[in-house]
Design a protein around this ligand. Sequence first.
Ligand SMILES: Cc1cc2nc3c(=O)[nH]c(=O)nc-3n(C[C@H](O)[C@H](O)[C@H](O)COP(=O)(O)OP(=O)(O)OC[C@H]3O[C@@H](n4cnc5c(N)ncnc54)[C@H](O)[C@@H]3O)c2cc1C
Length: 296
Amino acid sequence: MSIAAFYKDTGDEPAISFELFPPKTEKGKLAMFGHLERLLSFQPRFITCTYGAGGSTRDKTLEIVGEVKRKYHIPVASHLTIVDATQDDLRDYLAAAQRDQVDYIVALRGDPPSGRSFFQAASGGLRYANELVSLIHKEFPEFGVAVAGYPETHQESTSPDDDLTNLKRKIDAGADIVITQLFYDNEDFYRFRDRCDDIGINVPIVPGILPALSLKQVKKITRLCGSRLPKEFESRFHQKPDDDAWQRQVGIDHSAHQVEDLIKQGVPGLHFYVLNKSESTTAILDSLDSLGRLSV
Ligand SMILES: Cc1cc2nc3c(=O)[nH]c(=O)nc-3n(C[C@H](O)[C@H](O)[C@H](O)COP(=O)(O)OP(=O)(O)OC[C@H]3O[C@@H](n4cnc5c(N)ncnc54)[C@H](O)[C@@H]3O)c2cc1C
């Protein structure tokens, strides 16, 4: 099934997907599968696994998506970045993904490796994600392709308009859907969606949701990815700074309001950055279920 097809005619009910990252240890992997099993009750359309980010090893991505597919017979997407890879390395990875029956690729440039302040193409490699999308489209056309979009503009971009033009390059190269960077003010997403519409980006635009676990965590993540932390959201964390349960609940409540509003505004899907945990996402999806917004 094409990845875009998941988002067709969903009515009021968004197509849900979850993003994992490769755990560093066997213990972490066991725990991750325990959480994933709980999340599967929400009938996600597909599961993705990040690539190379946060110090994880790249081979592990294929291992995780392969295992998810074999165990649960659910479509899977491997993220893939062009960091430090020649075009032949990318082809080798895509061929291995094909052998492992991976369904989709989330095609990304990637961030500069730690210690480097700017991205540099590898010798014999690619410079931008749109080039990776082209390579996949030409040489591995059976993969559905998702790409990243930035409601608040990518940090390195020369301007919001340039960033959008560059997103369109990825769509014109053959990407099927856009998954967005996390954001905490839906207005940023709605403006982005309208601007995509204005320049003729007609593929499904799927909001990425990261339920915050604490003020410390959300500050770190928003700083890294350049997303805004709305003042009013931040101030709720300050009410009980040392209460972990309170901190997590503030994150759950905020994301639950976000997704409820996003569904009202007709988003085709929701992509949850679950960080290999299930509690927050379960609480959010349960709250939607009780509002009759999900039929699980
Ligand atoms: C849904 C999602 C999943 C992610 N998963 C991972 C992951 O698994 N591993 C990981 O390391 N990182 C991941 N990231 C982070 C991502 O790699 C970074 O945000 C990275 O800095 C940009 O990647 P990109 O694919 O958006 O790059 P690009 O689309 O290549 O854009 C990078 C910058 O270059 C500009 N640009 C793009 N094309 C052109 C062009 N042709 N000419 C001139 N300028 C151009 C853009 O405006 C932008 O500023 C993810 C991000 C998202 C939103």
